[in-house]
Design a protein around this ligand. Structure first.
Ligand code: TRP
Length: 436
């Protein structure tokens, strides 16, 4: 159901910024730097880049090929390629997964709204980790505050999405992504000047190959998956808005490049400060909402404001990509207007998000279900559809842009082999290691 009225990204820059915006998010800030330190510094970075290139990027290409060639939402795209088969259920899985990720991710987005407001109103004076932890748990002990902030965050997400693909999503990403890099660089500069910052740099970079275990490799792969927003139709949906002349190889490589650079910068912004203040690195909410507030409150009033604006932007450009998957389906398949579709998903995500905000068990269940089950399933299906369902000639035509891209022509045999064999085998292998 390719309707010409569904919109397009107006430029190559908009495509790359939107995709990079989806990729760059909380995963880069609260998980990547910690993982690097935990699993052997530069040695882990090498493994991570390998996972990115060998597994994550081929999945990105698979999703992108499906989206761009059909010009349809996740469900419609699969139905076009494998009509009348059970494969379309995979489209539903991806759309549900996107919705679930949107719901719990927005809770964290809400917290960043809360902390930004605190930072702006001078409520950012923490002298110890315990004090900051107390504020965090106090915020979450009342249901009202997190839900209000969730409404604000989801509301912002909905406003951007309902403004349209190019005028909303594309324009927002084009403006905020460069800003995000400038802001993180400012914090890196400030952080590296702290006495004792070197310990944080060592934590990030010192190669220690003895820490590379099966667990480290699984962690690297999981991170590569989550950070490129794979397996839930995000890349597929964004690619369905690419103009014909857009290059899939180019879009994938640049998004992965910006994503990795940002993750490293986040590490150099955070870890030197963590070590300079004698605190312990950690991953997850406690890093961003407990450890860093203590540090930032001692680095001047501007630092926490800049940092929480960065978090908010990073989270928003990701949440809009999740919302868009569901909205595109409602618009393409159910005939809703973009605005009506956005409002409908907003209301539903607010319901599930509120449940996540109130109950950490619901939150963890949503996180576990999507990260460990649905994303992997989706990625597997996308790889099988491109590797085994689409005729090879069609895949080549799409990937090489009708033979016009020299780099894509040169890399196609490798990409084809990775999508067809390596990706499915690796996903099954990981599913087994995770389950048993
Ligand atoms: N990639 C984002 C991050 O690192 C999160 C994200 C955006 C995502 N879209 C997604 C995760 C789709 C899973 C599925 O924070």
């Amino acid at each position: 159901m390719t309707s010409s009225g569904r919109g397009n990204f107006g430029s190559r820059f908009a495509v790359v910024m939107a995709l990079a915006g989806s990729a760059i998010g909380l995963g880069n800030i609260w998980r990547f730097p910690y993982m690097v330190g935990q699993y052997g510094g530069a040695a882990f970075i090498l493994i991570y880049i390998l996972c990115l290139v060998v597994i994550a990027l081929p999945i990105f290409f698979a999703e992108s090929i499906i989206g761009k060639s059909t010009g349809s939402d996740t469900f419609g795209a699969i139905e076009q390629i494998a009509p009348g088969t059970g494969w379309k259920n995979a489209g539903y899985i991806a759309i549900v997964a996107s919705f679930v990720v949107l719901s719990f991710y927005s809770v964290v987005g809400g917290w960043s709204v809360d902390y930004l407001l605190r930072a702006c109103t001078g409520g950012f004076r923490f002298s110890s980790g315990e004090e900051a932890a107390a504020v965090f748990s106090q915020m979450n002990s009342s249901a009202v505050e997190p839900i209000l902030c969730l409404i604000v965050f989801l509301g912002l997400t909905a406003v951007i999405v309902s403004a349209g693909v190019d005028k909303g999503i594309g324009r927002f990403a084009k403006i905020t992504m460069p800003l995000l890099f400038v802001m993180i660089l400012l914090i890196v500069a400030k952080s590296l000047q702290l006495p004792g910052a070197q310990a944080g740099v060592d934590y990030m970079l010192k190669p220690d190959f003895s820490k590379i275990s099966g667990k480290a490799i699984a962690a690297a792969l999981g991170q590569a998956f989550f950070t490129l927003s794979l397996g839930v139709g995000t890349v597929l949906t964004y690619s369905s808005y690419m103009r014909k002349e857009e290059n899939i190889l180019y879009a994938g490589v640049w998004s992965a490049f910006f994503d990795t650079v940002f993750a490293l910068l986040a590490g150099f912004a955070i870890m030197p400060a963590v070590f300079a203040f004698g605190l312990a690195p950690s991953a997850g909410p406690s890093l961003v909402f407990e450890t860093l507030p203590v540090i930032f409150s001692q680095m001047g009033a501007a630092v926490p404001i800049i940092f929480f604006i960065s978090i908010l932007i990073a989270a928003l450009t990701s949440s809009i990509s999740m919302l868009e998957v569901v909205v595109a389906w409602l618009v393409d398949q159910k005939g809703l207007s973009r605005r009506a579709a956005t409002i409908a998903v907003f209301v539903c995500a607010l319901a599930l998000g509120s449940a996540c905000a109130i109950s950490s068990r619901v939150f963890s269940a949503c996180d576990f279900l999507t990260s460990n089950v649905l994303m992997m399933t989706g990625a597997f299906v996308f790889a099988i559809i491109v590797g085994w369902k689409m005729p090879k000639a069609d895949v080549r035509t799409q990937f090489t842009n009708y033979g016009t891209s020299k780099a894509a022509r040169a890399t196609f045999p490798v990409v084809w082999f990775l999508i067809r064999w390596v990706v499915p085998v690796m996903i099954v292998a990981i599913a087994f290691t995770n389950l048993f």
